[in-house]
Design a protein around this ligand. Structure first.
Ligand code: ATP
Length: 273
């Protein structure tokens, strides 16, 4: 069978309960859930439902999770693709993939289309691209613009896109009727981190004395993805030591390991900057 052109999930189980912290962002996307549940309620009075919403924030802060939760809460299918998949793609493939994605989403009637790392396709022309490498990227961007313009605002398809570089996006993407709304998805503060720890500690067998509040205090600068990672690592570290519950010291070891990983990653990235 033919390779999947993008991911599609018909029954999304993720809801707002899975998304910790991010209260303001959740409040803003709740409006999108309402649009998807009952589009005509909003268009009856002549209003236009937004087509595109940008989720802006650093990596690992829960943008994908939030987009999925919108689909889960509204009970609509979730289609996703990543902008980075289009880099070095053969001519014509990216544009065809975008057309196919929109066609399938529209066939469902109501849907969320999620485009991760939209800056990889939506970078403004000539900014930070290697010469000659951006032909298909531009084709892909054009087909995305054509598709976005080509469906009615009451169609029940809403496109969410994630980026941590809204400043490099081509202005064409940000025009009214395209991605004309932005929601910020920031790194959590200490209270947000505590809430995220609580979500990810849920499936873990905890020894007495493991306190989400203390873990939050020990992880300044961590995004949700790193917190999820800490919880998982801690469980693996404790298991390796034949423990039957995960202790605070295992979390501390896991935090050190995740910090070590982040430092290594920064070292690899820094020579280019
Ligand atoms: P990227 O931009 O790197 O794709 P992202 O912002 O889309 O990152 P996600 O992929 O949604 O981040 O997050 C990765 C994982 O981290 C999630 O699947 C979840 O387990 C955890 N996570 C991130 N943020 C949160 C949050 N606010 N609440 C609960 N879990 C979170």
């Amino acid at each position: 069978s033919k390779a999947a052109l993008f991911d599609a999930e018909n029954k999304v189980k993720i809801t707002f309960n899975d998304v910790a912290g991010l209260d303001e962002a959740k409040e803003e996307v709740e409006e999108i859930v309402q649009f998807l549940k009952n589009p005509s309620k909003y268009t009856n009075l002549g209003g236009k439902i937004p087509k595109g919403v940008l989720l802006v924030g650093p990596p690992g802060t829960g943008k994908t999770l939030l987009a999925k939760a919108v689909a889960g809460e509204a009970g609509v299918p979730f289609f996703s693709l990543s902008g980075s998949d289009f880099v070095e793609m053969f001519v014509g493939v990216g544009a065809a993939r975008v057309r196919d994605l929109f066609k399938q989403a529209k066939e469902k009637g109501r849907a969320i289309i999620f485009i991760d790392e939209i800056d990889a396709i939506g970078r403004s022309r000539g900014k930070g691209q290697m010469p000659g490498s951006n032909d298909e990227r531009e084709n892909t961007l054009n087909s995305l613009l054509v598709e976005m313009d080509g469906f009615a605002t009451d169609s029940g398809v809403i496109i969410l896109a994630a980026t941590n570089r809204p400043d490099v996006l081509d202005n064409a993407l940000l025009r009214p009727g395209r991605f004309d709304r932005q929601i910020s998805v920031d790194k959590p503060d200490i209270i947000g981190r505590e809430q995220i720890f609580k979500v990810h500690l849920m499936p873990i067998k905890l020894a007495e004395g493991v306190k989400p509040k203390e873990l939050a205090a020990q992880t300044p600068g961590f995004a949700g993805a790193e917190i999820a990672n800490v919880c998982n690592e801690a469980a693996l570290i404790a298991a390796r030591k034949e423990k039957n519950a995960v202790e605070m010291e295992d979390f501390q070891a896991a935090i050190d390991r995740v910090i070590g990983g982040l430092e290594k990653k920064n070292k690899i990235i820094s020579p280019d900057e």
